[in-house]
Design a protein around this ligand. Structure first.
Ligand SMILES: Cc1cc2nc3c(=O)[nH]c(=O)nc-3n(C[C@H](O)[C@H](O)[C@H](O)COP(=O)(O)OP(=O)(O)OC[C@H]3O[C@@H](n4cnc5c(N)ncnc54)[C@H](O)[C@@H]3O)c2cc1C
Length: 341
């Protein structure tokens, strides 16, 4: 093969401003590949839609408290789910447009397709081959659902952000921050919320006082915690309602069962192993301190490397990559001050 036509093929979008700008300043050509829309999980299926739902859910508590401060209403405020979803989707559409423009203005060629690595410098995008000096992988992760009978009845966080109607009664399996945030959202939007966790306490790895305080406050708001319970099966009744069977018994009558049981790196069918990129047991791409993989020309940042799976961290890693590869300034991501939820 001759000299690669491009300097960088970038699979996935971790939109650190210095990535497109860094490349533009030195007149590099960057190609981004995306599955569905030119926006990353944070904006379409993570932080942003979640926060919009959090804002909506908070009003119900404010309405309740306002009475003590002298407010009265002739009728109780009503929530319209379809308005919330329509406005949330319009905002995500707006942001998608902004990100597309940022890429365009930086001279990035955006190819919407699924990328598969063919050799250390070549990516196949839906049947067309592109070659570059470097390949950057930031394809993120996807929700992981335990393999139990009836798991097809369950929803994950992607679906929970886009439900056609408000859940009447929802079981949320998982005790991490994503599970608890959704529990708070649905509780605020007046669903009956049950949280099932394997351990005694929520938020493993967080400050001990915070773990206790959060669970206590959420219980006071009416969220029911089922501790030391592992899901074993989801059963569907003739009336369409769902039951969650755990090691301690069965709870019936759910309209929805949601799994927030972790995420796995998106490395299946990317051609990584075939070209010699080493993976961890859970499928994460192994990288050195500069985000370089075991293949010299292939780099990886963000959730796909399973280092610290947060947006600002993915952005920082992307920025460090840009400085290292295009700025002649070898830079290691610095995790010391990464803020966590
Ligand atoms: C519900 C939820 C809430 C969250 N809330 C927060 C929060 O409040 N704060 C926070 O910091 N973090 C939060 N996160 C985590 C945050 O979203 C991730 O850490 C961040 O998005 C990681 O960015 P990334 O670029 O590594 O991967 P992603 O954002 O997952 O982006 C990967 C991109 O690559 C694309 N892609 C995948 N495969 C291919 C392929 N073969 N070819 C081309 N493109 C491909 C995907 O479609 C996607 O667009 C949340 C996550 C979830 C799920």
């Amino acid at each position: 093969m001759g000299k690669p036509a491009l300097n960088l093929i970038w699979m996935g979008i971790t939109l650190h401003k210095s990535l497109p700008r860094g490349c533009m300043n030195v007149n590099y050509c960057v190609t981004c590949l995306r599955w569905h829309k030119p926006c990353w999980c944070c904006v379409l299926r993570g932080c942003v839609p979640k926060k919009l739902l959090v804002y909506s859910s908070k009003y119900s508590h404010e309405f309740e408290e306002s009475r003590g401060f002298g407010w009265t209403y002739e009728a109780d405020p009503k929530h319209d789910w379809s308005t919330l979803m329509a406005n949330k989707n319009a905002e995500l559409q707006r942001l998608t447009g902004i990100y597309k423009n940022i890429l365009k203005n930086a001279g990035v060629t955006l190819i919407e397709g699924r990328g598969k690595i063919i050799d250390p410098h070549t990516v196949d995008i839906d049947g067309k081959l592109y070659s570059a000096r470097h390949i950057l992988i930031s394809v993120g992760g996807r929700p992981f659902l335990p393999d139990i009978p009836g798991k097809d009845y369950a929803i994950d966080s992607d679906a929970a952000l886009d439900l056609p109607s408000r859940p009447e009664k929802i079981a949320i399996v998982g005790g991490g921050y994503i599970a608890l945030e959704f529990a708070g959202i649905f509780n605020g939007l007046t669903s009956d919320v049950h949280v099932f966790i394997r351990q005694k306490k929520v938020l493993r790895g967080f400050d001990e006082e915070i773990r206790d305080f959060v669970a206590e406050q959420m219980s006071l708001r009416g969220i029911e915690f089922h501790t030391e319970q592992s899901p074993q099966a989801i059963l569907k009744s003739a009336d369409g309602s769902l039951s969650l069977k755990t090691n301690k018994g069965t709870v019936d009558g759910f309209s929805h069962v949601m799994f927030a049981t972790g995420r796995r790196p998106n490395t299946k069918n990317l051609g990584l192993v075939e070209v010699g990129v080493k993976l961890a047991k859970n499928g994460a791409i192994l990288v050195d301190e500069y985000s370089r993989t075991s293949v010299d020309s292939i780099w990886a940042v963000g959730d796909v490397t399973d280092r610290m799976n947060l947006t600002p961290v993915a952005l920082m890693e992307g920025g460090a990559f840009a400085k290292t590869v295009f700025g002649s300034e070898p830079t290691k991501p610095d995790y010391r001050f990464a803020s966590i939820a």
